[in-house]
Design a protein around this ligand. Structure first.
Ligand code: 0X9
Ligand code: ZN
Length: 429
């Protein structure tokens, strides 16, 4: 008996160690598959393959990374597909290393941290999860009378879902909210640094009496949550770079994870914009708000409704889109649709003025694809947010073999594009 339980314990240990091994994408070939309106049928056929979907795109095609051992089986299926990449691991490497900022940067004495904003070299590389919290506490310490760090609750694995609240001369909580979410999808790494870049510039502008930035603080309180899905993000740094969902298991399934952008309580059960299968990348959960992350954020979001939400942006990648309401239905439009289209047009122009990058704008469902239970739909449809958008950051829809991996050399320019865009938006709405 004792021997048996020791063996069981060992087996559990071995299994959990094996589960934590880093996923290698060496030799994975990436194909773009034309769906010819048979997406469901194609997905059924590829179900048994060792493969991962790496696209975010129009519904007429999708990109699939196929493990070396299943390339032959994939080719035998005879889809209308072409090869995007010979070896996904080579493309992933272009992202650059995840490097510590606070350990290696000699300028960061405790005293400096307490008084100044982090050096802009923070944005030169992707950073480990734990250092993002340090980055935010440094921002807060540099803006002590006009900011606070808040926690909306904990993730499935118990990590704090934190944010920073910034306010102006009216005092804390006196103005309508400008509300940003980042890293809903774990693998979309560019999201957090862009949101951080915006936060850095808001604080810097206020501290330096920039009249434009000061005018934003006269009108709005800012609430910025950089990691809606901390567990998923940590998992992309430790184990699987291409993980998307949260890390919550479901009874009766060996698949892990719910899509945080399908779990909000707005049109959650409308068919066509989410999956009911726990193994799908767009699994919606068993009930609206049944993930700890979205439950906590829903409570927090509802508390903002007193002063109203002027602007909500959910920052994702990739494809270079500005997506307006709604996702759940391709005919549904917000009551102020024309105003949202016109501000989105100006936003897109301001982005393009930085270095020619084009962002397409339009209602989410008709521009991209149907999504139900998404956060922008909830903010617009249930909370009455006046402007409620998804921004899909760089790269563009071409995306290379995995658009979720953007070279670190493009973090700063991505931040600059969004900062110029947001300045236009905040001066216009
Ligand atoms: O599918 C998604 O959740 C988003 N694309 S991603 O590749 N980043 O996963 C698009 C969501 C758009 N939906 C709404 N704005 N309603
Ligand atoms: Zn996303």
């Amino acid at each position: 008996m004792r021997v048996q339980s020791a063996i069981t314990a060992l087996a559990v240990l071995v299994t959990s160690v094996a589960a934590e091994e880093r996923v290698s994408y060496e030799g994975y070939k990436v194909y773009r598959i034309d769906t010819h309106d048979e997406s469901e049928q194609i997905h059924k056929l590829i179900d048994g393959l060792h493969a991962v979907e790496v696209s975010c795109g129009e519904s007429d095609h999708f990109d699939l990374a196929v493990a070396p051992e299943d390339v032959e089986a994939f080719q035998a299926l005879g889809f209308d597909a072409f090869l995007l990449s010979e070896d996904l691991s080579v493309d992933l490497a272009e992202e650059g290393p995840v490097e510590s900022f606070y350990e290696s940067d000699a300028n960061f004495t405790l005293e400096a941290r307490q008084q100044s904003l982090p050096a802009l070299s923070w944005f030169n590389l992707y950073r480990p999860y734990v250092e993002h919290a340090t980055f935010f506490s440094q921002l807060q310490a540099a803006f002590p009378s006009n900011s606070r760090i808040f926690n909306v609750g904990n993730s499935y694995q118990g990590r704090s879902i934190y944010g920073i609240h910034l306010w102006g001369p009216g005092g804390q909580g006196s103005r309508p909210a400008v509300y940003f979410h980042g890293t809903v999808h774990a693998r979309e790494w560019i999201s957090a640094p862009v949101v951080e870049y915006l936060t850095w510039h808001l604080i810097d502008g206020y501290r330096n009496n920039d009249p434009l930035v000061r005018s934003f603080f006269d009108k709005y309180d800012f609430y910025i949550v950089p990691f809606v899905n901390p567990d998923g993000f940590v998992y992309t740094q430790s184990t699987d770079r291409l993980w998307r969902k949260n890390r919550q298991p479901r009874s009766g399934s060996s698949c892990v994870g719910t899509d945080g952008n399908r779990n909000w309580n707005f049109q959650w059960s409308t068919p066509g914009g989410a999956s009911t299968s726990p193994c799908s990348e767009t699994y919606r959960g068993q009930a609206a708000g049944d993930t700890p992350e979205i439950r906590a954020l829903t409570t927090f979001t509802n508390s903002l409704s007193t002063r109203g939400i002027k602007l909500f942006i959910d920052w994702h990648s990739y494809g270079q889109y500005i997506l307006l309401p709604y996702g759940y239905n391709c005919q549904a439009r917000a009551p102020n649709h024309n105003a949202q289209m016109s501000v989105a047009a100006g936003f897109s122009n301001a982005i393009r003025a930085v270095s020619g990058t084009r962002f397409t704008y339009g209602p989410s469902c008709s521009t991209l694809y149907a999504t139900t239970g998404s956060s922008p739909d909830y903010m617009g449809g249930a909370m009455g947010a006046e402007y409620s958008w998804t921004v899909e950051l760089r790269p563009g829809p071409g995306g290379g073999s995995s658009g979720f991996v953007l070279p670190a050399s493009q973090i700063v320019v991505s931040g600059r594009e969004q900062w110029e865009g947001i300045k236009y938006v905040l001066s216009t709405i």
